[in-house]
Ligand binder design. Structure first.
Ligand code: AMP
Ligand code: ZN
Length: 670
């Protein structure tokens, strides 16, 4: 390479790596594998070593990686949160071990720990209470996410009695278990929301949410792995981990004290094979020199400690052939491309398909039929095509082109502004959508109709017996036709009809969720059912009224308005009403505890330490007060917690409405 080329290559790498860092840390949506990233970073590091004069000031080798986001208060770290040197090779580990022995001799131990794939968090405790939680950010400054972190059950808000100092910092990794990830992600897909690629992104996205009550609903966990105190309390890292366990912290039970590098490498091999049996993702193993005195002697480079290193497992990756691409139509009409692969063994399972997400992804990969593709199963549950080996592409291979029309019904596909997915707009006539909607309605989490399964729904549709949800409730009149269906005996028919009959008792919120309105998931359905009390006030609600409800944003409001503007949807609802389904929220009988708040009106907003908003609302109502739906001149008090929306606050201030805390409220009814 000429010097000019070298400089150009270095600049290109800096630019590319900074973009990937941004995708990873800020957007939480990486587009390349960790392995590829590390290869590129290594190349850049090498070039910078040979040509230090060309090192650019914003080189990623000079930074830890993350950036700070605007929404949270920025906090300076007391001790910088460094990164760890990392490697994929055993030889590098032995070199690392050599360097240490040269510096401090042969008498030392390693603590080997799993490298959890989540996001690191710094927690400060004062007088045994959690005081502050801060993300790593750029390593010197991070985001104050205390309110969100307080919702994590595994992080003690108050410590057990113990010999801890008045003030100390402890660091660990916040992560999500795979099972929770899969459950919540499939809920997101059901709601038509963009799913997260892996548990780490889900955890990172969750910690950065503005709404702590939503954070509380997503189960996160945390392992602690570094203790920082002003005065040294322990001689070794191992002792400190043992101690913090007793204070109440969650420390991983798989940590191991190793006498030498061979034992550490055995540990690495063991987890290389067994890591898929853990309930959470790890991406490597961290080795730390155990003695604090020796750590001190070894010191730090600008980026990382010299006494620790991480060994990273390669994401399992294989090469196979792309046989075809199929397009699946979901119940909301979203058309998702799926790659059909020549079956291949990967991370312990046979893989035949990989997700392609959307049209952009096909374009990014420049896919051709018969291509040799690299498939990776890292943190992702569904394998993913990482790249194409274009060298092996056969001449004349056919380019994969995302269709213009729906593969099921032939309608022209549409794409909403700002969305990556294409939709089939023909929700009335597209068979897959029709069947999918009815299947959603009868599902366990919606109407939970016993005696009726997905396959029966499909069969009933093909026989022309159902086309709309409301048709389920007139099946009773069609027993003659039902009896003619294959493998459908008298008993099954009766079971089904009874199940359908019983579903008429399902509460309004379930019916609302069952309708399958885009973006109206279970939680949203419950919120609107509680707020509007019946379908008629919901149908006539304006955009402002809808968005004044907690957690109902513009996108959901628009979707509701669009849905109810369709005469055929209203017609369906009328039919369901006539059949006797519940379209009114049952009022709970409240016996008044007192009438101290009688004649007073309230709105509750934000998050509270001791109460949920529902509990506060109940408290107000049981003392004779009323909850209003939006801030107006009629409002007497705004009960404000943490993190409430700034627009609400501003409006209340403008109207001179007293803003009170939950404690003030308690005083009023004492
Ligand atoms: P890297 O981001 O590759 O430089 O690796 C450093 C990161 O590994 C830290 O910032 C932590 O978030 C994470 N990590 C996960 N498990 C551990 C552990 N047991 N000890 C130290 N760091 C860990
Ligand atoms: Zn269609």
């Amino acid at each position: 390479m000429s010097l000019l080329d070298v400089k150009e290559r270095m600049d290109a790498l800096v630019k590319e790596l900074n973009q990937h860092n941004y995708n990873y840390y800020v957007l939480a949506q990486p587009t390349i594998s960790d392995f590829e990233f590390d290869q590129k970073l290594k190349e850049l590091t090498e070039l910078e070593k040979q040509h230090p004069e060309y090192q650019s000031a914003d080189s990623p080798t000079l930074k830890v990686g993350g950036e700070i986001t605007k929404e949270f208060k920025t906090v300076q770290h007391r001790w910088p949160m460094l990164s760890l040197g990392n490697t994929y090779s055993e030889q590098d580990l032995r070199d690392f071990d050599e360097r240490i022995r040269k510096a401090i001799g042969n008498d030392f131990e390693y603590v080997c720990e799993l490298k959890f794939d989540g996001l690191s968090m710094s927690l400060t405790y004062k007088d045994g209470l959690l005081d502050r939680a801060v993300t790593r950010g750029d390593g010197t400054k991070g985001d104050d996410v205390t309110t969100n972190i307080k919702t994590i059950k595994r992080i003690p808000k108050k410590l057990n009695a113990g010999d801890y100092p008045n003030e100390f910092e402890i660091r660990g990794e916040v992560f999500m278990h795979r099972a929770a990830f899969e459950r919540l992600n499939s809920e997101r897909i059901q709601k038509g929301e963009v799913p997260y690629a892996n548990p780490r992104n889900f955890a990172a996205g969750t910690v950065k949410l503005q709404d702590s009550s939503e954070v509380a609903r997503r189960p996160l966990d945390c392992f602690l792995y570094f203790l920082y105190t002003e005065k040294p309390l322990f001689k070794t890292h191992w002792e400190s981990l043992e101690a913090v366990k007793n204070w109440g912290f969650h420390v991983c039970e798989h940590n191991r004290l190793c006498k030498n590098i061979d034992e550490a490498i055995d540990f690495i091999h063991y987890w290389g094979e067994n890591r898929f049996n853990l309930s959470y993702d790890i991406d490597g193993i961290v080795l730390k020199v155990n003695s604090y005195a020796q750590q001190h002697e070894l010191g730090f480079t600008a980026k990382s400690p010299r006494w620790a290193i991480s060994y990273k497992y390669k994401a399992e990756e294989v090469e196979t052939t792309l046989e075809s691409v199929s397009y699946q139509v979901g119940r909301t009409g979203a058309v998702t491309p799926v790659a059909n692969l020549k079956p291949v063994l990967l991370a312990g399972t046979t893989v035949k398909r990989a997700t392609l997400h959307n049209a952009n992804e096909i374009q990014r990969l420049d896919l051709h039929l018969g291509d040799t593709v690299f498939v990776e199963k890292g943190g992702e549950i569904i394998p993913k095509i990482i790249s194409v080996n274009t060298l092996k592409r056969k001449p004349g291979a056919e380019k994969v082109i995302y269709p213009d029309t729906c593969p099921e019904c032939g309608s022209n596909l549409v794409r909403k502004e700002g969305e990556a997915a294409h939709y089939c707009p023909n929700d009335e006539g597209c068979p897959t959508q029709i069947v999918g909607k009815i299947q959603h309605f009868i599902g366990r989490r919606a109407m939970n109709i016993e005696g009726l399964g997905d396959e029966t729904v499909e069969a009933l549709y093909r026989k022309g017996l159902i086309e709309h949800i409301s048709d389920l409730y007139i099946l009773r009149e069609k027993t003659a036709e039902l009896k003619q269906m294959e493998r459908f005996g008298e008993k099954s028919i009766n079971n089904m009809l009874e199940g359908i009959e019983r579903s008429k008792q399902m509460p309004f919120e379930k019916v609302l969720f069952g309708l399958g309105i885009r973006y109206v998931g279970e939680t949203v359905a419950r919120k609107i059912a509680t707020h509007f009390k019946n379908i008629d006030s919901l149908i006539s609600a304006s955009y402002e009224e809808l968005t004044s409800v907690d957690e109902i944003g513009g996108r959901i409001a628009e979707s509701l308005i669009e849905y109810f503007a369709e005469p055929r949807h209203i017609e369906q609802i009328e039919k369901l009403k006539t059949s006797g389904l519940q379209f009114v929220t049952e009022e709970k009988e409240v016996s008044l505890a007192s009438d101290k708040l009688s004649g007073k009106t309230f709105i509750i907003s934000g998050v509270f330490e001791q109460f949920s908003r529902e509990e506060l609302a109940e408290l107000i109502q049981s003392n004779g007060g009323k909850i209003l739906s939006s801030i107006s001149g009629k409002l007497n008090y705004l009960v404000a917690g943490d993190n409430m929306g700034p627009s609400k606050l501003e409006k209340a201030k403008k109207l001179n409405i007293p803003i009170i805390s939950d404690a003030d409220l308690l005083k009023m009814i004492e």
